[in-house]
Design a protein around this ligand. Structure first.
Ligand SMILES: [Zn+2]
Length: 209
């Protein structure tokens, strides 16, 4: 999720356009969406990603408004506009369990309405028409709050994915496999580090038993 930084960039140019924060966020998401290049729709890996996505979407009871775009480029998976899931074609080459976990995590962001929550947080800090002085003044505090919410949402999406895997007769081992294949990361502005996410998953798995 690079949205936080793209949003702050878009924000800095917004004051001159007489926009509100909701329009800025929408524009920021759209810019990111348009920057992706679609993968070959007929490639076996693309088909695998789509099959896994459709099975999970049906299972989660989410309708056709939730879209998938299988892409190439510097992304693994993310959700834009709260309903468009971007997934790298290489997910098709992962173990099925790891692929299911990563896609279910993104569907968790959709199902748990994380983007509307984030939008509300931005609106609370920046109500009405944006003015440069106002957005500069709150940028640090807003960034702090948005980062804390983003971290909470990552943990929630992981637990959502774990529950989906369980419903499919799979275990947290698939999640571990996904993290192993993604590599080990430290905390970022938008994501808790791998160790914290694995610890939270282990705790959530313990509660399922
Ligand atoms: Zn996430």
């Amino acid at each position: 999720m690079r949205w936080l930084f793209v949003t702050l960039l878009v924000l800095s140019g917004a004051a001159a356009r007489c926009e509100g924060i909701v329009e800025v966020l929408g524009r920021s998401q759209q810019l990111q969406l348009e920057a992706f290049t679609d993968a070959d729709a007929d490639a076996p890996s693309t088909r695998k990603v789509r099959q896994s996505f459709e099975a999970l979407r049906d299972r989660a009871g989410l309708g056709p408004t939730v879209e998938l775009r299988v892409v190439t480029g510097p992304v693994l998976a993310e959700t834009l506009h709260g309903r468009v899931i971007i997934a790298h074609q290489s997910l098709g080459d992962l173990d099925e369990g790891a692929r299911l976990f990563i896609l279910a995590h993104e569907l968790g962001h959709v199902s748990l309405k994380h983007w509307p929550q984030m939008t509300l947080l931005y609106q609370a800090w920046l109500p009405g028409e944006l003015m440069q002085a106002q957005s500069d003044a709150v940028a640090a505090l807003l960034g702090h709050d948005a980062s804390a919410l983003a971290h909470r949402q990552e943990f929630e999406a992981d637990v959502f994915a774990l529950h989906m895997l369980h419903a499919l007769g799979r275990s947290a081992q698939d999640a571990v496999s996904a993290f192993v294949q993604m590599g080990v990361y430290s905390d970022t502005a938008t994501h808790p580090g791998t160790r914290k996410r694995l610890a939270a998953l282990r705790a959530a798995e313990g509660e399922l038993k």
